[in-house]
Design a protein around this ligand. Sequence first.
Ligand SMILES: O=C(O)CCC(=O)C(=O)O
Ligand SMILES: [Fe+2]
Length: 310
Amino acid sequence: MTASSSAWIPAEPSVDAIRSAWERPLDSLAAAEVPALIIRQAWSPEKCAALVRKMVEKELLYDPNQPIPEKFIQASIPEGYFREGKSGEASQAWDAEVIKSRARRRIDIGTSLGYRGSSQRDFFAHSEETFATFDDLFSDGDSPVDVLYQGLTDLSVDKQAVTAYEPDGRRYGPAIIRAHYGGYTYAPHFDSVRLREKRDDYQVFHFEHQFAGVLVLQNTQLGDQSAQCVLHHCLWEPEVDPWLRKRRFPEYAAENNISNVEVVLEPGDLYFFNTRCIHEVPGVAGDLPRIVLATFIGYSSDRNEIFVWS
Ligand SMILES: O=C(O)CCC(=O)C(=O)O
Ligand SMILES: [Fe+2]
């Protein structure tokens, strides 16, 4: 490691700068020696804005200034929702009242393993639909999904980022676009197909580490506040669970002197972080939804391929 490991601050703003600070950036991210790797302006803000307009035109998202079409009310994902393993039951990740609230809506364009993974047949069929949707959205050949995969490949030094697949060729969703309306909040949590969702019937289960790669397409603004991710210097362990479930992680963090960093991003910025680190995105109920292109990433230092899914 290098001298930069003394402070827990993100590495940025470019692949070259990150690679001169950290010899093997993804190994450092896996060890949580660095909280995040940020590639600033990986895609241009103009392209981000044009993509958002296109998604509204194609009725994949709704314009918050217009009445909400019924189909989006049906399709929205309640805050805090995830399913564990094969049960098909929605787990109560946090407060039931918040889950019932429909004002904070999330619209997904893409296939979520967390949401659909309890049926492999449905999940992989849905993934193929997502490939078709994305081919249509990015028919001009300029895709932020490619930008994300290329950034990850470059940061890996000697590996290749590929869409996750099963031995028989079935493909996972390549990425997901998520629009968060009305101050939708991710309370402190971690993500892991291995440690949390326990999906041992999927290939992505077998990677040692899980990261997220997120490219911001649009932010939400209320006064001088915008919605940004906060990463806590705390890798999940079972003892943290009760605090997460009771929504009392801030107390645990204070008692254990756990520091955190806010990752402040503009449209076009791309960041990668270790999803075993407790993280949150406090909602900001601005006029516009916060919209991101999001992925999960399976990484093992002894494997040549890096699996990307959503
Ligand atoms: O939107 C982000 O920046 C991260 C969201 C997140 O934590 C998640 O999707 O699990
Ligand atoms: Fe997360």
